[in-house]
Design a protein around this ligand. Structure first.
Ligand code: SF4
Ligand code: SF4
Length: 376
């Protein structure tokens, strides 16, 4: 049996073999030219970055993939999902609804014109357009997969590899957070759920939480009441109440508890939605920061650029990406010194171990370093 491969192209470039050429090289090695059939709908899942962040993936990489998918005969579209309510523009955040996010994506250079393909917020206007996939997880049993995924023949994740307090944040996180609706994001970031202090509610004279509820399950009279059977845990009401009104009558405490494990389980639900063989993973290990692209600033870079890695297995590609980073010299200007980096690497092991345990992927792969010349 052929061993699973992870392809790696470093950042050494020349005029006839630049970073976009290397992306194309990996695309070819993954067999995408042949496996994409005429008219197949291919989602290119990336992250447009919160406005103010400057480390996110440059639109040119996404455009290159769009062109490659189209040249292979497929119908490409570029997607991300709406975020929980947070960010620079509190109280409601800059990526909370589809139009807000698309407007800010344009500020970061992502438009249908620059990308040459439709842009879709895969979980709809409010981020609650989902399809539930049952899994036998240790923390999660039902994964709210972004609904647009279901109509795809293939998904190519183009992920900016960087760090997060849970460890490496790359393909698995792009799926386990980035391809689920808000309930799935809340299950990862706020596992203790919504909480209410009714005595703090300012009553019907306030009512700020009512119009932001996508399912209209809030009633306010003397105090607030939520119909929990209808609530989709989007957190909009909590954000408005806590951050704008300042009442904290509704709040959703953020927590890193078991985050890595929950991200893995969400990712499993995503791959299960249309089948794991429909997914391809490309990690761009450049502009490697110690924060996600969802923060509104470009965090100081942790190390020099590494390159691009690609595989058909999310655990393998993330594992290989971390391995490649472990040989790098750290930036002494960064807040991540060697001991913090070792700690991040150790935390990443929990992602891989749980990925193996849940059947999301494997760390048994062959690393194939691509040469400067394309193989004919
Ligand atoms: S926003 Fe908060 S304080 Fe205002 S009505 Fe809603 S729950 Fe009450
Ligand atoms: S009650 Fe709050 S968390 Fe639940 S759906 Fe409405 S706005 Fe979202």
């Amino acid at each position: 049996m052929t061993k699973l491969k992870v392809f790696f192209a470093d950042c050494q470039t020349r005029p006839d073999y630049n970073m976009l050429d290397k992306l194309e090289h990996i695309f070819e090695e993954l067999g995408l030219n042949d496996s994409i059939k005429a008219g197949e709908k291919v989602m290119i899942k990336t992250h447009f970055g919160l406005y103010g962040n400057t480390n996110y993936i440059r639109p040119a990489y996404v455009r290159k993939l769009v062109d490659l998918v189209r040249a292979a005969g497929g119908f490409p579209f570029v997607a991300d999902t709406a975020s929980l309510a947070y960010g620079n523009e509190r109280p409601y955040g800059g990526r909370t609804t589809a139009p807000e996010y698309l407007m800010r994506a344009a500020l970061n250079g992502f438009t249908q014109g620059t990308l040459g393909a439709p842009m879709v917020i895969a979980d709809g206007y409010w981020g609650v357009d989902i399809y539930d996939v049952d899994i036998d997880g240790e923390h999660i049993q039902s994964v709210p997969v972004a609904a647009a995924t279901l109509n795809c023949d293939k998904v190519i994740l183009l992920t900016h590899a960087k760090f997060h307090h849970m460890g490496i944040a790359a393909s698995i996180k792009n799926m386990g957070v980035g391809m689920v609706g808000k309930r799935g994001k809340a299950a990862v970031h706020c596992p203790d759920g919504m909480q209410i202090s009714q005595e703090k509610c300012k009553g019907v004279g306030c009512s700020e939480c009512i119009p932001v509820c996508p399912v209209r399950c809030i009633e306010v009279s003397d105090t607030v009441k939520i119909d929990w059977d209808q609530c989709v845990s989007c957190g909009h009401c909590a954000s408005i109440c806590s951050n704008k009104v300042g009442a904290k009558a509704i709040f959703m405490p953020w927590s890193g508890k078991d985050m890595a494990l929950r991200v893995v389980e969400n990712a499993l639900g995503v791959t299960k939605s249309i089948g794991h063989d429909k997914f391809y993973y490309l990690n761009l290990a450049i502009d490697i920061s110690d924060h996600c692209d969802c923060v509104g600033f470009g965090a100081t870079l942790v190390m020099h650029d590494i390159g691009t890695l690609g595989s058909t297995d999310p655990v393998a590609v993330d594992h290989a990406t971390l391995q490649a980073m472990q040989g790098a010299t750290l930036n002494t200007e960064s807040s991540v010194d060697q001991s913090e980096f070792d700690s991040l690497a150790k935390r990443s092991e929990a992602i891989f171990e749980h990925g193996l345990k849940m059947g999301l992927g494997t760390t048994n792969y062959e690393l194939v370093k691509l040469s400067w010349e394309k193989t004919e």
